[in-house]
Design a protein around this ligand. Sequence first.
Ligand code: HXC
Length: 261
Amino acid sequence: MNFETIQVEVNQGVGIITLNRPKAMNALNVTLTREVGEAVDAFERDDNVGCMIITGGEQVFAAGADIKEMKDQNFVDLYSRDFPYIQRDCWRAIDDARKPIIAAVAGFALGGGCEMAMACDFIIAADSAKFGQPEIGIGTMPGAGGTQRLTKAVGKAKAMELCLTGRMMDAEEAEKAGLVSRIVPAAELAEQAFKTARKIAGHSRPVVMLVKEAVNMAVDADLQDGLKFERRTFEATFAFEDCKEGMAAFAEKRKPEFKHC
Ligand code: HXC
């Protein structure tokens, strides 16, 4: 895969997407969002990939939609495409992915950048990370999940304050608020995210996919529906060879050898 605004690689079952527009703080433009969508779709289809990472590298995750490219858009164009400016396929690809996607965030994750990180399954933050929805400062508002995912993650009070003021949260505040799973030193972000993704990729793939689906039910469904879904998926794992292998390996005190079936 050859891309203009992102770099991609597969290493030990992990598909890594690195946003690469350093001069524009990885601002999300049409090309970058199209390419992220294509890369996620390709990793989703690739049997060698069990988990993905989206990162902006060591300095910045993404400072939002590309304001310079976005500024001449008009309502009719946006409304006709049913999405604010950048490529809808990017968000569809992230939303539809059944393999887990980790966002590894250093530096600014603002506006559409924060929304992209939140669309992933969980966020590992460098201690340099800063999250925010500053759109109000340029006369607009979040358009790719900022008011919804942020509110579900951190609750109404903090989400309302952040969206209405444009204030940024540092990594510590974001972790306390439940937006990020954990904080690591900036210099270790890539390694820690990779280790986490490799661990996930090493588990039974169908079980990983069921777990992702079941946890997402907790966000989207009511508790009784979620509990029922979890019971059914738990029961379903007993149809997998990997389940037999995992339990046999435990009893025999050896490492399981998963075949992803
Ligand atoms: C285009 C951007 C950009 C952006 C930064 N740059 N953010 N270009 N779109 N969102 C560019 C700058 O123009 C500048 O280019 C270079 O990156 C470095 O930025 P500086 O501002 O000089 O750096 P700094 O002083 O460190 O400030 C960093 C910053 C600031 C706090 C992140 O750049 C900033 O406030 N950016 C905008 C953040 C924002 O409002 N995001 C929301 C966008 S709307 P030059 O060429 O001058 O060197 C949005 C809507 C999403 O995301 C809708 C749904 C998808």
